[in-house]
Design a protein around this ligand. Structure first.
Ligand code: 13P
Ligand code: SF4
Length: 363
């Protein structure tokens, strides 16, 4: 990984917010339709302001696949999202990640080699052709290619249900990575009992799953998780309910099962935004997701009482927070020096197959 864009020239580091904002606007005007700025919902408020589109990982991937006019796509998000845009974009389009160090620790919990080894182990023990890989969007481009090559598809938290349905119509078992919680929460919706869900931990021999359990499993989950969403606990919900029985609780499916079970609603980032938008004025809503999004929802819905569910765990994605106005301004003014995200062609082809299967099934 290059860290070039993280060490910005002095003039960008010392420029104030107003100056940077003015320069960003000027560059946007100059480039017009040649430029598309995509911003994920977890970005800082001041970054979201400059997005041509703001969305969740599914929505932004879809937009990236349908924006042929843009010459430059500047993806204010994390690396796997920019990679997906490069895979889905038209040839010749350039995708930039304004801060080269913005990664996803959950995606990093699934190093390609370890997942390939687990797959070989599973197929060796239960036989080929019975299992299909489903990769959560939060994964490397290599794993997306692996998924495409092995007949599987990508999903996000917006369409995990549809991905499970698609997969069970074709295969007996699912190998879901990297997020164990999204996988478990979705399996539960499909009525899969606990003893048919196995957790593959690559740090243990045979993933910590014996042959009988593997044979019985309908879902094999990778052990990854999001440390931001893992901060929410069932007792946070109990405390809210005791304090205010009228509270509505909405959480992201990357939260653990016991949290999801106690919430009033669960859904992707876009679902949460929509939940808040459609709630009546005066509602009190406690949200279990990333802090910057909650902060922005509170700012934009002053007629509602919006709270972060835990109250004290600071569920902020520091990787999403890395992208600053200075990074964005630098990238727009220096496209030759910005962090260009290029997925090699040999990976792109199969990764695109897996992503297109996802776009094809929709939500
Ligand atoms: P969405 O797919 O809901 O955008 O979430 C992405 C993510 O990284 C959640 O932690
Ligand atoms: Fe990754 Fe969690 Fe950050 Fe999402 S919130 S980008 S899953 S670390």
């Amino acid at each position: 990984m290059s860290y070039r864009a993280a060490v910005l020239p002095e003039e960008y580091r010392v420029a104030g917010e107003d100056k940077l904002a003015g320069r960003i606007l000027a560059r946007k005007k100059e480039l017009g339709e040649r430029l598309l700025i995509l911003t994920h919902h977890y970005q800082r408020v001041e970054i979201v302001r400059f997005g041509d589109e703001v969305g969740d990982s599914y929505g932004l991937a879809k937009i990236a696949s349908r924006s042929p006019k843009a010459e430059y796509i500047v993806f204010c998000g994390v690396r796997f999202m920019a990679e997906a845009a490069d895979i889905l974009g038209r040839p010749g389009q350039k995708v930039f990640l304004p801060n080269a160090t913005a990664g996803c620790p959950m995606a990093d919990m699934a190093p390609s080699e370890k997942v390939y080894n687990a797959w070989d182990d599973i197929e060796e023990r239960i036989g080929k052709g019975r299992t299909v890989p489903i990769s959560y969007m939060n994964s490397s481009a290599e794993l997306k290619a692996f998924t495409g090559m092995n007949g599987g598809l990508i999903c996000t938290s917006s369409n995990a249900d549809a991905a499970f349905k698609w997969s069970y119509e074709r295969f007996e078992k699912l190998f879901f990575f990297p997020d164990q919680h999204l996988g478990r929460n979705t399996a539960k919706k499909f009525g899969i009992p606990k003893d048919e869900i196995a957790l593959y931990d690559p740090r243990q021999p045979s993933g910590g799953i014996d042959d009988a359990r593997l044979e019985k499993a309908r879902v094999i989950l990778w052990y990854g998780l999001c440390h931001v969403h893992a901060k929410f606990r069932p007792d946070h919900i109990d405390q809210w309910r005791a304090k205010d029985p009228s509270v509505r609780i909405v959480v992201h499916p990357e939260c653990e099962e016991e949290v999801v079970d106690r919430a009033d609603a669960v859904g992707s980032t876009a679902f949460i935004v929509n939940y808040v938008e459609s709630a009546p004025a005066g509602s009190t809503i406690a949200i279990g997701t990333e802090l910057n999004l909650i902060h922005r929802l509170a700012l934009t819905h002053k007629d509602k009482n919006i709270y972060e569910l835990s109250g004290d765990t600071c569920p902020m994605c520091s990787n999403m927070f890395r992208t600053t106005l200075a990074d964005l301004c630098f990238t727009l003014e220096n496209p030759d020096k910005g962090e260009l995200v290029v997925v090699p062609n040999e990976i792109k082809r199969d990764a695109k197959t897996a992503l297109e299967r996802m776009l094809h099934i929709g939500k």
